[in-house]
Design a protein around this ligand. Structure first.
Ligand code: MOS
Length: 750
């Protein structure tokens, strides 16, 4: 049944405030480290201060002598674990050998966890950690990407690379076409390391239930991912491990993989047969989970009309010595622009660091900056408006796959955002616009991101009170998933949102992939649609069985579900309420459990993506070089928008992240020590209120009848991808200076 046949009370498309908002702002919502648990022990992690080598000895005598210290765990006395035979990793693990905390004496990277102090209270555990002495033997290490570009190689194949395919194969003859071209640009872009830094610190509270049973409150983007990880590694039965994460204080990708505090917390709980909590501090948040630094080389050429004839994009990015972390970088330009001669290559440089991880729009946000700045340079070479260059190279197809997109409203994004922004007021010459002591610049860029859908299973039921309960393991990392799922379910059954209870964030519930890739609305949302369809059938079937039922002979499409009833379309006064149906069912709940999954056969003929266009105004202080993003407009095409309010918040957040990436965020490595230097939020800069001025979001209309049952593609990352390039391009327009790296520092503009 289509939404259009439903009543006017439908909630999809309405800007509904997030349902859990009040719980969060009043401190009622509990996070992983906040659960009240009796007889709790506190673990504090000790991290390696060397970058590579071996631990020769550990002296814990002073720490153990302190009052309240229960145990110090390290590779010396850790429990024997099942995973050393199984080689289990996790659902988001790249190919390679997963990092195993406390495995042996080897140090693989600076900040590696090497001991866990467990004590009766947090303060004592933290103090005791300072009283442990380690003797190391140090070995030479490599942590500098630039110094090791020569050792780059292609990524090993594995599960994660299947989700993130390598760049498309070459077409035509790039070298020849580039050589013969008259309009061409060659660029080299550098991006540094960034750390996710969600406000909620990584934390785990493990409740030791006895009999090998654990209840784990964890900060994660995937309850089932972490349940499987713990069960496999510690040799426990799946049903005995329950991971809960109903509230998550931001993830940005850092929670896609189980982090070491989970491992250490569970290990201590099993070892001591006690309830244990491990919380990392802000500095420790820099000891895993980062976006890899990258060097990108691009060569683009056009004919004299501005049509791209040749594109080459080579990317080299960091990975660890033990896993091949791969994020698509070189694959994006050909998904946007056609060109007959292309060459895309992507390689990894293994260094003595922790494995990089997906961080908001992994690959895309790095790649699009380089691509869209190179396009801007081409526009100047051609003496052409940058927007015009995009429109000249516009295609409805995905040239890299030679397939049509299921939908692509990027042109509308360009035009609507340009109009709202006032792009026509731009004077083309660099340094041609001023406002008092400020140079003013306008810049624009394109964004593209994947439209993923993962399989997801939803249990849906109508209970004796006529209300609906849904169960799914998905988390809500703050994106509005809870609200959006409630809306979808309410509309599908024609119930008010108050009568829908969407229960989530629990590994005991039916399957959901980790929450990432802007994929949850399509994944769990579609599963709800599929489950609801079945549920409506079951309810109608039961209604037909009722004595003197007026529904006896009606077909599925002759009724409407609304206000907790089934109503006859021909005579809407003839209704039966869900309550009556369940009463007739002797009070027994009517339920279904269904899987939503992508229609792969149909979708094989298509490419799927969301698109965006960002337009940015910057002011650059003539004397100080400081940059302010004074205005930004981002138009997004992402299929149907279920909730314009939460979706807009997603895009606002992404745009702020774009400003952050362009002007603020960077983790700086001391190459002599192999150690990150600014591991705190004082020195790891993120924007504050004063950095954020006028932001506008437009959702371009995009009716996608192909992609999935809901016509949704997902939002989040798509708001980020175009912003950094739009800002860089605006800075060039303001100053005439092209800075081939991020973030851009004010001293580089003087
Ligand atoms: Mo996002 S990097 O897919 O959590």
């Amino acid at each position: 049944m289509k939404h259009t046949e439903m009543d006017t009370n439908k909630t999809v498309g309405k800007p509904i405030s997030r349902l859990e908002g009040k719980l969060k702002v009043t401190g009622t919502a509990k996070y992983a480290a906040e659960y009240d648990v009796d007889n709790l022990l506190y673990g504090y992690v000790v991290n390696s201060t060397i970058t590579k080598g071996k631990i020769l000895s550990i002296d814990v005598s002073k720490a153990m002598a302190l009052p309240g210290v229960t145990e110090v765990l390290s590779h010396k006395n850790r429990t024997k674990l099942a995973w050393f035979d199984l080689q289990y990793t996790d659902m988001d693990a790249p190919p390679g050998t997963v990092f195993k905390p406390f495995y042996d004496e080897n140090i693989l990277y600076n900040g590696q966890p090497i001991a866990l102090v467990v004590a009766e209270n947090f303060e004592m555990a933290r103090y005791a950690a300072t009283q442990i002495t380690f003797e190391y033997s140090e070995e030479p290490f490599q942590t500098c990407l630039d110094n090791n570009l020569h050792s780059s190689r292609v990524a090993k194949k594995g599960f994660a690379t299947a989700l993130k395919p390598p760049p498309p194969p070459p077409t035509g003859d790039f070298e020849k076409a580039y050589q013969n071209a008259t309009i061409k640009v060659e660029t080299e872009y550098r991006h540094g390391t960034e750390h996710h830094n969600p406000i909620e610190l990584f934390a785990t509270t493990t409740v030791y239930e006895g009999d090998g049973k654990l209840t784990i409150y964890d900060k994660t983007q995937g309850t089932i991912n972490n349940q499987l990880y713990v069960a496999n590694i510690f040799g426990l039965k799946y049903k005995n491990v329950r991971v809960l994460a109903p509230f998550v204080g931001g993830g940005f990708g850092s929670g896609l993989r189980p982090q070491y505090q989970l491992f250490l917390c569970v290990m201590a709980a099993l070892h001591l047969k006690r309830n244990v909590r491990v919380v990392l501090d802000r500095k420790q948040m820099f000891s895993f989970s980062h976006r890899p630094p990258t060097v990108q080389n691009l060569r683009f050429a056009t004919d004299t009309d501005g049509k791209l004839t040749a594109m080459n994009h080579l990317s080299k990015s960091e990975t660890s010595s033990f896993e091949d972390y791969f994020e698509p970088i070189a694959s994006w330009s050909h998904r946007l622009y056609p060109a007959s001669n292309t060459l895309f290559e992507q390689e990894l440089v293994p260094l003595d660091v922790y494995t990089p991880m997906d961080m908001r729009a992994p690959g895309g946000s790095t790649a699009l900056h380089a691509i869209e700045c190179t396009m801007d340079e081409l526009a100047y070479k051609l003496d052409m408006d940058p927007l015009e260059l995009r429109l000249i190279n516009y295609t409805e197809m995905d040239p890299s796959a030679e397939k049509p997109y299921t939908s692509k409203a990027l042109k509308a994004c360009y035009l609507e955002a340009a109009e709202k922004f006032g792009w026509e007021k731009r004077t083309p010459k660099p340094r041609s616009m001023e406002r008092g002591n400020k140079l003013v610049g306008y810049g624009m860029a394109t964004g593209i991101w994947d439209a993923f859908q993962f399989p997801s299973r939803v249990e849906a039921m109508i209970t004796a009170d006529g209300k609906m309960i849904l169960n799914n393991a998905v988390t809500d990392i703050g994106t509005g998933t809870f609200t959006v799922m409630t809306q979808i379910a309410a509309d599908e059954l024609g119930l008010p949102m108050d009568d829908v209870d969407f229960r989530y964030g629990d590994s005991k519930k039916p399957f959901s992939m980790f929450q990432g890739g802007s994929a949850m609305t399509s994944s769990t949302g579609v599963a709800i649609v599929v489950a609801a369809k079945e549920l409506r059938k079951k309810l109608l079937k039961k209604a037909k069985e009722m004595t003197d039922s007026p529904f006896k002979k009606v077909e599925d499409n002759e009724v409407t579900f609304k206000n907790g009833t089934i109503a006859l379309n021909q005579n809407p006064n003839v209704t039966v309420s869900f309550k009556e149906i369940i009463a007739f069912n002797k009070g027994k709940t009517i339920k279904t459990t269904n899987m939503g999954k992508p229609h792969l056969l149909k979708l094989k003929k298509y490419s799927m993506a969301t698109h965006s266009a960002s337009f940015v105004e910057v002011e650059v202080d003539k004397d100080l070089g400081t940059v302010t993003v004074t205005r930004a407009v981002t138009a997004v095409a992402a299929g149907k928008i279920i909730n314009p309010k939460t979706a807009k918040s997603q895009i606002y957040g992404s745009m702020v992240w774009g400003i952050s990436k362009a002007l603020h965020e960077e983790t700086i490595m001391d190459e002599k020590l192999g150690k990150y230097m600014n591991t705190n939020l004082g020195e790891y800069h993120i924007p504050v209120h004063a950095d954020i001025q006028q932001l506008d979001v437009i959702f371009a209309e995009e009716n996608d009848e192909v992609i999935n049952e809901l016509g949704v593609k997902g939002v989040g990352e798509i708001g980020l991808v175009g912003m950094p390039a739009a800002i860089s391009n605006a800075i060039y327009h303001a100053t005439g200076k092209r800075i081939y790296k991020l973030p851009i520092h004010f001293d580089e503009l003087l």
